[in-house]
Design a protein around this ligand. Structure first.
Ligand code: G3I
Length: 345
């Protein structure tokens, strides 16, 4: 996939699980990360809770190892993630909750975090996910779309512009991305209920204010139970974002399915349609990315069902089968589909 993608100037990438990469009993994982992908994203080790588990004491080793691994393999790196409301260190969230960290101090801690991390990997990161998942979903309360989560609640939405400015100051060459899910296609066009429109309006306004946002990453966490996207719809969304002067990318693609008892028992009549629908969705996003010049990379969120985050997250009802290789590293239909999209583009 790496080689075929680069023919089109497209970096096909994967999220990397560092435990799997370092598991000597599973050499196949490391082999496939190295051979199939031109770009890598750390699935967890560059998140704040991993980098600074104790206040003031940085745990750089896993992230350093990840960045060195990419360099040795001549892979570009998507840095993930500078500002997110999940996987924050407990000292930070509890400090804010008990009032021992003031709002002013929190803003200063964020500035320091961004500056320190971006500076450490300066020159080694192609794209940084600067702000991740800042916008609510229609199923949240209130249902009118809004800036959600720890950072907006404590600092107000102005933290978004600040974060991009601090990141740019620390590494002027890295491409700075806003990253989110459920923004693959436009809906009603009303930012009150259309998340893609909300993110589009936000990006437009940030650009108009001169905030250094270079790209919008569409995660691409899809599910076969939700039906298929249409290639033209997704292409149109990427194009519309490009019209703001930003790059685009698919940053965390996977397409999960519900695991009925029959699926879990290995019933191929239930498994095959899921694999087919999953492949079709992987392909829609790939075709759209190939059709739009601004789409720089297509990253899958893990490549094998052996390590996918999906079963751990969606257990009631159970979901899985979300990646392009099965648990034994056999390429699935989705892999073949991506390959043929790249060959025939
Ligand atoms: O590191 C601890 C370990 O010490 C402990 O023993 C173990 C027991 O549960 O948990 C480990 O932490 C887990 C961590 O991954 C590292 O493996 C957490 O429980 C688990 O919740 C965490 O899940 C990650 C999730 O983000 C958490 O927010 C997934 O691996 C990761 O794939 C997922 O990635 C996110 C992107 O960053 C942003 N977009 C959505 C995407 C999917 O949720």
């Amino acid at each position: 996939l790496a080689t075929l993608g680069l023919r089109h100037g497209l970096h096909v990438g994967t999220a990397v699980n560092m435990d799997a990469l370092n598991d000597a009993s599973d050499p196949q994982y490391r082999k496939l990360v190295s051979s199939e992908f031109a770009s890598v994203t750390a699935e967890n080790v560059m998140k704040w809770e991993s980098l600074e588990p104790t206040r003031g004491t940085y745990n750089w080793a896993p992230a350093d190892q990840f960045v060195d691994f990419a360099k040795r393999n001549r892979q570009s790196v998507r840095g993930h993630v500078l500002v997110w409301h999940n996987q924050l260190p407990a000292w930070l969230t509890s400090g804010v909750a008990d009032g021992s960290i003031s709002k002013q101090e929190l803003r200063e801690l964020l500035r320091k975090h961004i500056t320190t991390v971006v500076n450490r990997y300066k020159g080694k990161i192609w794209q940084w996910d600067v702000v991740n998942e800042a916008v609510s979903d229609p199923w949240d309360t209130p249902s009118t779309l809004h800036y959600k989560g720890f950072w907006a609640q404590n600092l107000g939405p102005g933290y978004i512009a600040d974060a991009f400015r601090w990141a740019r100051a620390a590494d002027p060459k890295a491409l700075l991305f806003y990253n989110d899910y459920n923004i693959e296609a436009f809906g009603s066009g009303n930012p009150a209920d259309d998340k893609t429109q909300f993110v589009y309006d936000m990006t437009k306004s940030l650009r108009a204010q001169g905030v250094p946002i270079d790209g919008v990453g569409s995660q691409g966490h899809l599910g076969t139970q939700y039906g298929n996207f249409d290639t033209l719809q997704v292409t149109a969304a990427l194009k519309k974002f490009s019209g703001l002067g930003v790059a685009t990318a698919f940053t965390e693609v996977d397409v999960r399915s519900q695991l009925t008892e029959a699926v879990q028992a290995g019933n191929s009549e239930e498994i095959n349609p899921r694999l087919q629908a999953s492949a079709a969705n992987f392909s829609v996003l790939m075709k759209a990315c190939l059709a739009v010049r601004s789409c720089l990379s297509y990253t899958v969120w893990g490549f094998s069902d052996k390590y996918s985050w999906v079963p751990g997250w969606f257990s009631d009802p159970p979901e899985g089968l979300a990646t392009i290789y099965d648990e034994n590293y056999q390429p699935k239909r989705a892999y073949q589909e991506l390959k043929s999209d790249l060959i025939f583009a």
